[in-house]
Design a protein around this ligand. Structure first.
Ligand code: SF4
Length: 376
């Protein structure tokens, strides 16, 4: 009897699932193209060799679900600007510190004397703020729907404790809008999507309604173990063969249709959807990110320390000075699913995790980092 809580890596079951998928797709005249939205799934595919096991039937397209990779240079430059302000400690996650902006990175700024701190969890900032009462702590908050509740919990905790020296530079983004933007691009050939399980733990499944109903693409929410992913791929294959598209949960031990209401309420208490947000490689996507509600302007770093920020934004919330991305780095194309990391000329030559040229090699969830670690 299969134990759904433990038997995720058992070889026998993996082999069985691979043969069921191959059988399901046997009569198709081309491989099906499945986009795994999340960088964590890309790492699972490469780590367990799912791409090799299914090389004749499935082409994996790596999606834009890595929050560090999709951060545009303009917003990294703002973080660098904030880190240089007097009396400020800028706190963020380790990966974000190494991603290059247009001229510098946060780690370089730290070397130049800015006080930039790495945190493991937003709640670490409470202690940082208490230990540095005479300084302004700016949290450079990033991440998808998975991490937004943690930022909201930090705001709430700071309110409860009456801590007044924490500010927020919010870069929380949403999963569905970039997927719809990719599907709107006329050359998209994606047949189905593997949805990130940890996102749906928070949001539930309804967020993908448009993708299944309007774009007619199957979406299966998946966990990260090989068994989970293969099961989700089989469910997608069955939908494609059956000629229908719906949202299914392939990760029932963690995901419920309605998600986590408490976390959703916490997000709604502090955040609202932005009109526009720039994504690396995908450009500006309407309603694809969050901002603090007006009620919380007093802790919004974008609103507060606005010498640089407001001067550089136009009425559409877009930056006046277009920052040109490094053209040799193909992160943008990879995030759109147009290229695979090993198709970048710099991959594993000039660009490695020790000397990353682009964000997709810096981040632990980046597709280039996954290929570097597991591709051969
Ligand atoms: S290998 Fe490096 S340079 Fe090439 S796309 Fe990836 S991050 Fe950019």
């Amino acid at each position: 009897m299969f134990d759904i809580y433990n038997d995720f890596k058992e070889k026998e079951r993996i082999v069985k699932l691979v043969s069921l998928i191959s059988e399901e797709l046997r009569d198709r005249n081309r491989k099906i193209k499945i986009m795994e939205i999340c960088g964590g799934h890309t790492h699972s595919i490469m780590k367990y060799g799912l791409n090799k096991m299914l090389k004749d039937s499935v082409d994996f397209i790596h999606g834009p679900g890595c929050p560090v990779c999709i951060m545009p240079i303009a917003r990294i430059d703002i973080a660098i600007y904030l880190s240089r302000l007097e009396n400020v400690i800028l706190a963020t996650y380790g990966d974000m510190m190494r991603v290059p902006g247009s001229k510098s990175s946060l780690i370089k700024e730290r070397g130049n004397g800015s006080d930039v701190r790495m945190i493991y969890s937003p709640i670490d900032i409470i202690k940082l703020a208490k230990d540095n009462e005479n300084k302004k702590i700016i949290f450079y908050a990033i991440g998808f729907e998975t991490t937004t509740p943690m930022t909201a919990a930090l705001i709430e905790q700071a309110e409860i404790e009456g801590i007044k020296n924490i500010y927020f530079y919010i870069n929380h983004v949403l999963v569905p809008p970039p997927i719809e933007a990719i599907l709107d691009s006329c050359d998209s050939e994606i047949d189905g999507f593997i949805g990130p399980g940890h996102v749906s733990v928070i949001t539930g499944t309804e967020i993908y309604k448009n993708i299944a109903d309007k774009y007619k693409k199957p979406v299966v929410i998946s966990g990260f173990e090989p068994f989970d992913m293969l099961m989700s791929i089989l469910m997608i294959a069955k939908q494609i063969n059956g000629g229908f598209s719906k949202i299914e949960i392939g990760y029932k031990r963690a995901v419920e249709e309605k998600g986590n209401k408490k976390a959703q309420d916490l997000i709604d208490k502090y955040f609202e959807v932005r009109d526009n947000f720039e994504w690396r490689g995908l450009g500006y996507i309407p309603k694809s990110a969050l901002r603090l509600k007006d009620k919380f302007k007093h802790i919004d770093a974008e609103n507060l320390f606005d010498g640089y920020i407001s001067k550089n934004l136009n009425n559409n919330n877009q930056y006046n000075n277009k920052i040109i991305e490094n053209e040799i780095c193909k992160c943008g194309e990879i995030l759109k699913g147009k290229l695979k990391p090993n198709e970048c000329p710099l991959f594993n030559k000039l660009c490695t995790p020790e000397n990353p040229v682009g964000a997709c090699m810096v981040s632990q969830e980046g597709a280039c980092a996954a290929y570097y670690k597991y591709y051969n």
